[in-house]
Ligand binder design. Structure first.
Ligand SMILES: Nc1ncnc2c1ncn2[C@@H]1O[C@H](COP(=O)(O)OP(=O)(O)OP(=O)(O)O)[C@@H](O)[C@H]1O
Length: 295
């Protein structure tokens, strides 16, 4: 189990993570969602203990990552977004090197390697130098490294990056398998379709703050209306109907609004598109807006 208690990280007098608290239970997959620069990687680095929080703490199966780092880290598997290997090493040698960090002897490491190279589809490639691997192969290899210690808690930062469709399915099946073994899993991704497929719960972060946390089953939909023209008169009427989020000529409302009232307010002929959506992409648009700028 992973528990974040009021985690804050300040850099250059700015809180890039701001009082973040949430948990990931055993046998649960939590999707961590937010736009570029929201703070996902920073949170994950704090969880696995490669970065210290300015305040707050993370508890991994009863061990504090700040006060009892060694014990806490033994229970975590981490698959980082950016992978730094010693690329001149053979895959199997670097695998043994990482295994030794967990106190795993050569014979045991050999057995684990056989299992994990097979699991990630890299059997037969053990003696290749890492630098000869493609990006997708490196990602698969990183997944194998993250599983060496058979972790009870798994942190994956955009694990599908660079993977082909088979690789994406492999990650999906792997996470389901780990979940069924009782693992607590936190993964970030911009592939909202993947999050929808496997997450039990979704935690939304923006500008370092948690803005929403929902069980996937309870994700309420939005009404999305695309208009030809938006003017102050329309906006005033829409705001009276419900809690509207307006992004240019797109308006999002909570799903429980009266659609007849909405159509009357915006004018039937003014509507390009009106739909009730449970699509995570639309919910993401409603939460974060639709512009492309990065924080
Ligand atoms: N070493 C650093 N020094 C200063 N600012 C940093 C540093 N690392 C991250 N940041 C800032 O912290 C914020 C959060 O970055 P982070 O990498 O955690 O975001 P993210 O949600 O993982 O983004 P992405 O989806 O692009 O991977 C960003 O504004 C980023 O610029």
């Amino acid at each position: 189990m992973i528990r974040l208690n009021n985690v804050t990280k300040a850099l250059n007098h700015k809180n890039i993570i701001d009082n973040v608290s949430f948990s990931v239970n055993n046998s649960e997959i939590v999707g961590y969602v937010g736009p570029n620069g929201a703070g996902k990687t920073t949170t994950m680095k704090i969880i696995v203990g490669v970065s210290n929080p300015s305040s707050g703490d993370v508890i991994i199966d009863d061990y504090s990552i700040t006060k009892d780092k060694d014990k806490a880290q033994r229970n975590i598997g981490w698959i980082p977004e950016i992978i730094n290997f010693d690329e001149n090493e053979k895959a199997i040698d670097y695998f043994y090197y990482i295994a030794s960090f967990y106190g795993i002897g050569k014979e045991e490491a050999k057995r684990i390697a056989e299992e994990l190279f097979h699991l990630v589809g890299l059997e037969g490639k053990e003696n290749q130098k890492i630098k000869t691997f493609s990006q997708g192969m490196k990602r698969r290899y990183a997944i194998a490294l993250g599983l060496i210690n058979n972790p009870k808690n798994l942190i994956l930062d955009e694990p599908q990056n660079g993977l082909d469709p088979q690789g994406i399915i492999l990650v999906r099946e792997l996470l389901m398998k780990m979940k069924n073994k009782g693992c607590a899993i936190l993964f970030s991704s911009h592939l909202l379709g993947e999050i929808e497929k496997i997450a039990d719960r979704i935690v939304f972060i923006d500008k370092g703050k948690i803005i929403k946390e929902v069980k996937a089953k309870e994700l309420s939909g939005v009404v999305k209306i695309v208009l030809k023209e938006v003017n102050q008169g329309i906006l005033t009427k829409i705001m009276e109907i419900g809690d509207a989020r307006v992004k240019g000529n797109v308006i999002y409302l909570n799903e429980d609004v009266d659609l007849i009232e909405v159509i009357q307010a915006v004018g039937k002929r003014n509507i390009i598109e009106l739909k009730q959506s449970y699509d995570l992409e639309d919910i993401f648009g409603s939460l974060y807006g639709l512009n492309n700028s990065v924080e």
